[in-house]
Design a protein around this ligand. Structure first.
Ligand code: SF4
Length: 385
């Protein structure tokens, strides 16, 4: 079954580190909602009859900038053009400053059953540095309100590697997050993306990025800490209490089909070779204009051969707790990694980066997770590594 991703491109201000597509100037969302519903209709006609939808994910930008009325219209459009009777999970990204109790109750009333909350830090110093809208008090307040509104499935996003963040702030962030009996926590290393205000500050020498060793130490600490508190580290950035893994994200890691709608949204469809991946235009005005003319707002499309899919599969599966199943890799992707990379696998095991291979499954150790990209590069088939 497929996933549906809905990109809502509005934010009230720009976070220093962010390179997602969003605009901060739109006061009216009418044109966007109209265009989005047209895109849902077009994609529903094309793909809706092929697979039912199992997960819906509202991301952004900031979906919580939309009114409940606009959200209801979007959800009605999805239900009208896709088969949604088997939906298991509907996730909604929300920022603390938007999360009034009324709004949260309204979301629950629209059958949204999982929230991804952009906390990032419980400290004002970090939040100011990142130019987040909310403050530490709102970050703590939102969790109680989320529960009051009837959400027992939610995730908190936290960022480590923030320049000048005292070490004790990071451990306190984890402590506070898990202290609310939070079912899911996602942790991200702050990366300096090109053309962001943060990259500009670094270029001008006004901010010194955290070095790789320190980031790696924080990540190691995070793994030890959250696993000791009963969280499964089921994907490099994702920690969940049993029964609370993100179903939608699993689709990205397992080459399941998904359709993305909204400006800059990505889609993936594999129904015979080559598989297809495409992304929408990263420009709200053009996106709306194209859809008003009933044109699909695609920016780039890529065709993926089985070899390309195999490389992706190796990268994606090594990030997960299930690991890379060598039998599946051979049967579905035609790559016999065990024979092709026997020495590399032995070296990685000897170095403590992967567990001893059992039942043909390669799984990273905690040490391997700290250098996941390097381990992946070592295992990619000889012609691409
Ligand atoms: S709220 Fe999210 S999408 Fe918007 S600028 Fe901040 S990080 Fe980026």
């Amino acid at each position: 079954m497929a996933g549906l991703y809905i990109h809502v491109p509005f934010c009230s201000q720009r976070c220093t580190y962010c390179d997602f597509y969003f605009v901060t100037t739109n006061k009216s969302h009418v044109g966007f909602v109209e265009a989005l519903c047209r895109e849902i209709e077009i994609q529903g006609h094309k793909y809706g009859h092929l697979e039912p939808i199992e997960t819906i994910y509202f991301g952004g930008g900031t979906p919580s900038q939309l009114s409940l009325e606009n959200l209801e219209r979007i959800i009605q459009s999805v239900n009208g053009h896709f088969t949604t009777t088997s939906v298991l999970e509907t996730t909604f990204e929300i920022n603390p400053e938007d999360a009034t109790l009324d709004y949260l109750r309204g979301l629950r009333g629209l059958n949204i059953d999982r929230l991804s909350i952009g906390i990032q830090s419980f400290f004002d110093q970090d939040l100011k540095f990142m130019n987040r809208v909310h403050d530490a008090k709102q970050a703590k307040q939102v969790i109680g309100d989320v529960r009051k509104a009837g959400f027992d499935n939610f995730s908190l996003d936290l960022i480590f590697g923030v320049p000048n963040q005292p070490e004790e702030y990071w451990s306190a962030n984890l402590d506070i997050a898990q202290g609310f009996d939070t079912p899911h926590i996602s942790t991200y290393n702050l990366t300096i993306e090109e053309a962001t205000p943060l990259a500009n500050l670094v270029k001008r020498g006004l901010v010194v990025p955290v070095d790789d060793d320190e980031s790696m130490n924080r990540f190691s600490f995070t793994m030890d800490y959250l696993q000791a508190k009963g969280y499964e580290h089921y994907e490099i950035s994702s920690f969940a209490k049993p029964g609370h893994r993100a179903v939608h994200n699993h689709k990205y890691w397992s080459h399941a089909n998904y359709i993305g709608v909204g400006p800059s949204a990505h889609s993936f469809w594999w129904n015979g070779l080559p598989a297809e991946r495409w992304s929408n235009i990263r420009n709200l005005r053009l996106y709306e204009a194209k859809l008003m003319q009933h044109e699909i707002p695609i920016d780039e499309k890529e065709f993926l051969s089985l070899d390309m899919l195999a490389d992706e599969h190796i990268m994606l599966r090594l990030r997960t707790i299930e690991g890379l199943n060598l039998n599946e890799l051979e049967e579905r992707y035609g790559v016999d990694l065990f024979s092709e990379r026997l020495q590399a696998l032995a070296d990685l095991e000897e170095g403590g980066f992967i567990h001893p291979i059992k039942n043909q499954i390669v799984r990273l150790t905690d040490l391997g997770k700290t250098v996941c990209n390097t381990v992946t590069a070592t295992l990619l088939p000889a012609d691409v590594s």
